[in-house]
Write a protein that binds this ligand. Structure first.
Ligand SMILES: [Zn+2]
Length: 159
């Protein structure tokens, strides 16, 4: 493992703390920066951090290496006495969706490939670009991208 301290890398709302890598994969460690999070149940803001946890979504490849993030994100304590929820995880809608294995920007890129090509071709091409995704995953993205379903135009009568 080598330590790389200065590569240009942006991740909205996060401070990059460390970049480690071998010849195949970069592991980029970053911590969420915002000091306030909004409770999804009652809508009240909280600044009380309850705990930390790590999420490891894949991100866009850099210089032919796959990138896995090591995100330190927080669980906040809801301070509203009347709220049924005691703690909640901070939402990171610009970076990674709840329980997603890939960042939003990586998912968008995969979707573009999947829609433009067939899933198997897209999967092979993406593997060459160090962003692996199975054909099944890409098919799911195509379906999601194309939703809401477009109603097929009625076929005209042909003679
Ligand atoms: Zn609440």
């Amino acid at each position: 493992m080598i330590l790389l301290s200065h590569i240009p890398f942006q991740l909205s709302g996060f401070e990059i703390q460390r970049v480690m890598g071998d010849e195949n994969t970069l592991i980029i460690t970053a911590a969420a920066q915002g000091s306030v999070a909004t409770c999804p149940s009652c809508g009240q803001n909280s600044q009380r951090v309850h705990s930390y946890y790590i999420r490891k979504p894949y991100d866009l490849a850099i210089s032919g290496q796959s990138v896995q993030l090591n995100l330190r994100v927080r669980r906040f304590r809801c301070q509203n006495q009347d709220c049924a929820r005691q703690t909640f995880a901070e939402r990171l809608p610009e970076v990674v969706a709840a329980s997603a294995q890939r960042t939003v920007r990586l998912t968008e890129l995969l979707s573009i490939f999947a829609v433009a090509l067939n899933a198997q071709t897209a999967s092979r091409l993406l593997a060459r670009l160090a962003m692996e995704a199975s054909g099944d995953t890409l098919l799911r993205l195509v379906k999601r991208t194309l939703l809401p379903p477009v109603t097929a135009p009625k076929a005209g009568r042909r003679r």
